[in-house]
Write a protein that binds this ligand. Structure first.
Ligand SMILES: [Zn+2]
Length: 588
């Protein structure tokens, strides 16, 4: 018995983009030790054999864009990613995170994460132990706990700036040459300890929970180029950047912003990826971004486009982070009731008539994006309800306008607000509404399909671990397989193309040479998937965060198992006790 495990007769989709083939895969000591393409070749050579007839065997998926920085300190299983075939996650994206931190200034980082990523501050306060100051100490603190999945950390710009510049960072003052030197030295120290890169956030939409712009959102080209010169002479590391390219300020600002990113890419010489969305307003901006990236790539700059799997938006529900009625006096009277009772109270005809006749009070500005979003929604509900859809037990992420609340209202001879109200007040109050804000301008995912086909596109933007009360896109890996490879009527992608995007392409971007494909000698990170059963479940709110905080969780069907370094971390949807995952220290 020279192998620990043999996966027999599976349909192997090996991550390279090659056509699926039938083979046996043997595992020993956490590595793939043999691949037999002749039936029965490896039979009887392992202590445990799994019959994989009819099932796909894929490499473990790599999620390059998560915000598990907080959750990782209290949850060792990385849920919900573990339910979606993910075996490696990258955190520290968009410039926000929890290290480095000066003792006593932890609260500043909590407010930043709470505001930018919609993670409840109370959960972060109660959940995080803060037994670090420097970034390498944070890495050591994480690495002290064994976990289900492997993970990589990037150094986020905002904490770095706040650590070095204190109040001047928060006031968005320009960094001095000395500040830049200090930030570069700290990044260098973290990269030496194995950090996977550096991230920065330049979005006008990102605010701290006090409504302030994020500290690094207006950082100059000199600051960024100075910091990333920390990569000089190193053979690892990536730069991740989110910018809205000053969307509303015109073409000249777009050019200036893109030129800055280009300058950063030139200064670091490492792969740089940026968020790629079809925004609204600004539906054509994604074309301008693509053209500039293509021009840079033609000059040899390693730029990449992080692309979502579906429309990015918010999930609306009575217990979610927001819904349109949260500011209505008649709603506020019953807001304290348990969910099912609240829904019943909302269905009382007198209350319903009263609320629908009221106006929303201004929501107390909590600084997050929620109050402006609710304002916008209410001001333009006739139009926006054309892009709001019921999200049922079998979630449809590419609904037609005919399913929208606007059409529902017209058909029922009621107002869009009444149609939304009836839906939210239905059942036990757990009915949800899907409102895709980005990538859905024309009411379909056709544009996204075009983006996913781009050679510089990286499957990403799950934001797993963040936006916990409005989004649950950690399931994007499963959705890529069900929607883009199997269910979509037109414009499907080959399953081997989708698997390659979720595995080898992301591994190559990060410089991970030990995973991403199924080859002898590589890590035994893989999934066993029943394609006929594969599905994305409905998101549901659970109160399992520290301090009783709520978050959306979304599970999947069809994953017979997920193995990390040869150990099953998930079987048939149930997390096992195995904790083979560790911090991946790049360059070590
Ligand atoms: Zn992000």
């Amino acid at each position: 018995m020279q192998h620990d495990l043999l996966i027999e007769n599976g349909t192997v989709i090996d991550g390279t983009g090659a056509a699926p083939f039938t083979a046996d895969i043997a595992v020993q000591g956490g590595l793939i030790t043999a691949i037999g393409r002749t039936p029965g070749e490896l039979a009887g050579t392992a202590r445990e054999t799994i019959d994989a007839r009819g099932a796909w065997v894929t490499p473990g998926f790599i999620d390059i864009h998560t915000h598990y920085d907080g959750q990782a300190t209290w949850d060792d299983s990385f849920s919900p990613s573990i339910h979606h075939g993910v075996t490696t996650v990258v955190m520290g994206n968009c410039g926000v995170g929890f290290a480095p931190v000066r003792p006593g200034r932890e609260d500043d980082l909590v407010k930043l994460m709470e505001g930018v990523e919609d993670i409840p501050g109370a959960a972060l306060h109660e959940g995080i132990r803060w037994n670090w100051e420097s970034f390498p100490q944070y890495m050591d603190a994480l690495a002290a706990t064994p976990r289900s999945l492997d993970y990589l950390v990037q150094v986020p710009h905002d904490p770095l700036r706040m650590y070095v510049m204190g109040e001047r960072a928060v006031a968005q003052q320009a960094a001095t040459a000395e500040d830049i030197d200090d930030m570069r030295a700290l990044l260098r120290e973290a990269l030496h300890a194995g950090a996977a890169g550096f991230s920065t956030g330049r979005s006008d939409n990102h605010r701290t929970s006090e409504g302030r712009e994020t500290p690094a959102s207006e950082a100059s080209a000199a600051e960024l180029a100075g910091i990333v010169s920390a990569f000089d002479g190193l053979n690892h590391g990536v730069v991740q950047c989110v910018s809205d390219f000053d969307l509303l300020r015109g073409a000249e600002h777009f050019d200036r912003e893109f030129a800055l990113i280009e300058q950063v890419a030139r200064a670091c010489g490492r792969p740089l990826s940026m968020t790629w969305l079809q925004r609204d307003p600004g539906a054509e901006q994604y074309i301008a971004i693509r053209d500039r990236v293509e021009a840079c790539v033609a000059q040899g700059l390693p730029l990449y486009l992080q692309t979502a799997a579906r429309g990015i938006g918010v999930i609306i529900g009575l217990d979610a982070s927001f819904h349109p009625f949260m500011g209505f006096p008649g709603y506020k009277e019953v807001a304290h009731l348990p969910l099912a009772e609240r829904a019943a109270a909302l269905r009382e005809p007198a209350r319903k008539a009263r609320i629908l006749g009221e106006k929303s009070e201004r929501l107390a500005g909590d600084g997050t994006a929620i109050p402006p979003l609710v304002d916008l929604l209410l001001a333009r509900i006739d139009m926006i309800s054309g892009r709001m859809f019921p999200l049922g037990p079998m979630p449809d992420y590419e609904p037609s306008v005919m399913q929208s609340f606007l059409v529902r209202a017209k058909q029922g001879g009621i107002s869009p607000m009444a149609a939304l109200y009836d839906h939210l007040a239905g059942g036990d109050g757990d009915h949800l509404i899907y409102f895709p804000i980005f990538n859905y301008n024309a009411g379909s995912l056709d544009v996204l399909g075009e983006m996913l086909r781009h050679p510089r596109a990286l499957a990403g933007l799950s934001d797993a671990g963040a936006h916990v009360g409005t989004v649950c896109d950690a399931s994007f890996t499963t959705f890529m397989l069900t929607h883009w490879a199997r269910d979509r009527k037109e414009g499907r992608l080959a399953v081997e193309t989708v698997v390659r995007m979720l595995t080898q392409r992301n591994a190559d971007y990060l410089g991970l040479k030990d995973r991403g494909t199924l080859k002898v000698g590589l890590r035994a990170d893989f999934n066993l998937i029943d394609p006929s059963e594969l599905g994305v479940g409905a998101p549901r709110l659970v109160a399992d965060l520290p301090a009783g905080g709520k978050r959306f969780l979304q599970k999947a069907t069809g994953y017979r198992g997920t193995w990390v370094a040869g150990q099953a971390v998930q079987r048939d949807g149930t997390v096992t006790g195995a904790r083979p995952g560790t911090l991946v220290r790049m360059g070590h």
